[in-house]
Design a protein around this ligand. Sequence first.
Ligand code: MLT
Length: 410
Amino acid sequence: MMAFVNEHYLKLKAGYLFPEIGRRVRAFKEKNPKAPIIRMGIGDVTQPLAPAVIEAMHKAVDEMGRPETFKGYDDGGVGYEFLREAIRRNDFASRGAQVDLDEIFVSDGAKCDTGNIQEIFGLDNVIAVADPVYPVYVDTNVMAGRTGPGADNGQYEGIVYMPATEAIGFVPDPPKRHVDIAYLCFPNNPTGSVATQAQLARWVEYAQAERTVLFFDAAYEAYITDASIPHSIYEIPGARDVAIEFRSFSKTAGFTGVRCAFTVIPKSLKAYRKDGTAVEVRPLWNRRHCTKFNGVSYITQCGAAAAYSPEGKKQVRQTIDLYITNARTIRDRLTRLGYSVFGGTNAPYLWIKTPKGMGSWEFFDLLLTKIHVVSTPGAGFGPAGEGYMRLTAFARPAQVEEALDRFAGL
Ligand code: MLT
């Protein structure tokens, strides 16, 4: 007798991308402790929480300290009604999208939710992802056993990869073949591309015809500056029957270290039993959520709700605008230096062609060792990302300027 491991984990190709970058940066730092490193790799925010959020969290802490206002478990763990109502009104109703309170599940992160959602779907489903792609979508399906082994280029047998190339503006159309589940992320991580109303409508139409479920990751919707671009998949007619949407407070209200997000599953979304009987998806996620999760802390939920107060909205918008200005600065200055730069107008990510056909990791190492700027190699997101690197716009403005000065001297 012995304990067996989940062998699907052994199929995973490299370490998770960001720890691998961290490892290389630490190794460099050990040898060069004085090198003034600027981090523009992982999409982590740098600006403090909005004063309205801080104030609401302080107040919540005080409530937790008094017997008459103390709170234990968030009943059901799906989020307090005050937060779900603020979400419903501000993120959906305000854009003409119908989402009901019991369709919103508050959680501790969109990474966790996009990683866990596959659990409530069968192992036989064929999934489609873009290439390049946020690695969480792929790795969690590998862990679950929904794929065969990985090839040397990092792709796994059984997954349908949709190349998101420059020729198609980094926005793949639905595949010609059938897939059961498709992951979409707009504004896109890593390319910074956005999907138009018409492009999303084609996906909804495909999903309706093929009985495909769309996993729509909208963690970066607050960065959309073009008024014609949808923020939610539910702005597309028919999407309530085919799509799950993921949102996060991380990149909007600066909650990467606080942890709060939510997932929307409409009541009309159905998937199927093997015998073809339709099953509502929402109760399955509810069952999973209540079994494996006990809810987000009251203090955090009060902070998240404060991001929707009139003051909170203004303050959060100022921070997002600062990051958007960073993105514009990076885009303009690198373009002037002769780089081909994509994204960065409706997204906090910039997708940049490596110069002289250099490999992504080679360029990553060059930037780290020569100008001490941490980027993310495009190849880390999939083979179609080879020849690109990603920069985030989340650094402090002075650091962004400094990093760009160093690019100029490269
Ligand atoms: C990234 O850099 O891609 C982000 O950190 C993704 C995430 O929020 O997990």
